[in-house]
Design a protein around this ligand. Structure first.
Ligand code: 0X9
Ligand code: CA
Ligand code: CA
Ligand code: CA
Ligand code: ZN
Length: 323
């Protein structure tokens, strides 16, 4: 489990218990479904938040994904914060109410439960990043955020060597956790139209708001026009102005290929962001900030997430163009 000093972090069982508690308290607004299983057989769930949560309404859908990387536990706390806030402040915060009423919000709170549990299993952190799928040769783990099927392995932004921290897997979607979430996204194509308009994938750390592409340092590329890029940047820059993160194209950090955001845009035309949460630089804690910062560093993103939801019906409005 987490070390006693970090007991406020939620392990996998505690996360599920907290989600079930929120569903029980707000069953008119929150539901969950199992969308598949991890390599070791843990449930991967999607939480839905909306008014009339039991119906599939014609509302813009949005997606939040969390915890692709095992040691980035603060991102699970971010998911729990979103569930708690969107459910709990529905009756008291007009902005929250409007977005819960007018959007269908999907939250995948834990994409990598096997890795997350492995990271804390001994009682002291293992700095584990990958999933727990064995590779030929004996090494364990695929980097889920190099295993997505847009320009997979194209550009030197991942490794083909098992054992590497950025091992991309044997083929795109070879990791069950990647495939489960990709299948879920594909399942939201209804009547030939992808219902999900926009997405944020949460990571730690560096305090960044990033947009596609990661595989190339060019601002525009295959399927990413100047308007597409400008709308991503306009919304991204405003979110960053709110949470104090740094906005940039993801390849400004370093070139990556096979990441979720490149796939969401390049393959599904879903506006996609990667948030790197607290801290801004390692300064000792890095991936393991003390549990005392959880409330501050999750609520720090409240306004940015509301902005994101508010823009999700038409991201091009941010650059003065309606679709
Ligand atoms: O390398 C990653 O996957 C992310 N950093 S982390 O420290 N959380 O591992 C950054 C990804 C940036 N690139 C894209 N989002 N495309
Ligand atoms: Ca503590
Ligand atoms: Ca609804
Ligand atoms: Ca719908
Ligand atoms: Zn990460």
């Amino acid at each position: 489990d987490f070390p006693p000093a970090d007991a406020k972090y939620h392990n996998y069982a505690e996360m599920n218990a907290e989600i079930d508690k929120q569903i029980a308290a707000h069953s008119d607004l929150i539901s969950k479904k199992v969308i598949g299983k991890s390599h070791e057989g843990r449930d991967i769930i999607a939480v839905k938040i909306s008014d009339k949560v039991g119906e599939d309404e014609a509302e813009p859908e949005v997606l939040f994904t969390h915890h692709q990387h095992a040691r980035e536990h603060l991102t699970v706390e971010m998911a729990l914060y979103l569930i708690k806030t969107l459910g709990g402040e529905y009756g008291s915060d007009d902005r929250v109410k409007k977005m819960v009423d007018e959007r269908e919000i999907w939250i995948v709170p834990d994409m990598n439960p096997d890795g997350g549990e492995y990271d804390i299993a001994s009682g002291s952190y293992r700095s584990w990043r990958l999933n727990r799928q064995p590779n030929p040769g004996g090494d364990t783990g695929t980097d889920l955020n190099r295993n997505w099927a847009h320009k997979w392995g194209c550009c030197g932004g991942s490794s083909d060597t098992p054992g590497s921290e950025t091992y991309r897997g044997e083929s795109a979607e070879s990791a069950p956790e990647t495939k489960v979430v990709a299948d879920f996204v594909r399942s939201r194509e209804v009547g030939g139209k992808q219902q999900i308009k926009s997405a944020i994938d949460f990571h730690t750390y560096s305090e960044l708001v990033m947009w596609p592409y990661g595989y190339t340092t060019d601002d525009t590329a295959d399927g990413l026009t100047q308007d597409d890029r400008d709308a991503h940047a306009a919304v991204g820059e405003k979110m960053a102005a709110s949470n104090g993160y740094t906005p940039e194209q993801s390849s400004d950090l370093y070139v990556t290929d096979g990441t979720i955001d490149d796939w969401l845009w390049g393959n599904q035309k879903i506006f996609s962001y990667t948030f790197e949460m607290y801290p801004s630089s390692s300064g000792g804690d890095g991936f393991y900030p003390p549990d005392e910062v959880i409330d501050r560093e999750t609520s720090r993103n409240k306004d940015a997430v509301l902005q994101f939801l508010e823009n999700s019906d038409c991201m091009y409005r941010s650059i003065g163009k309606e679709e």
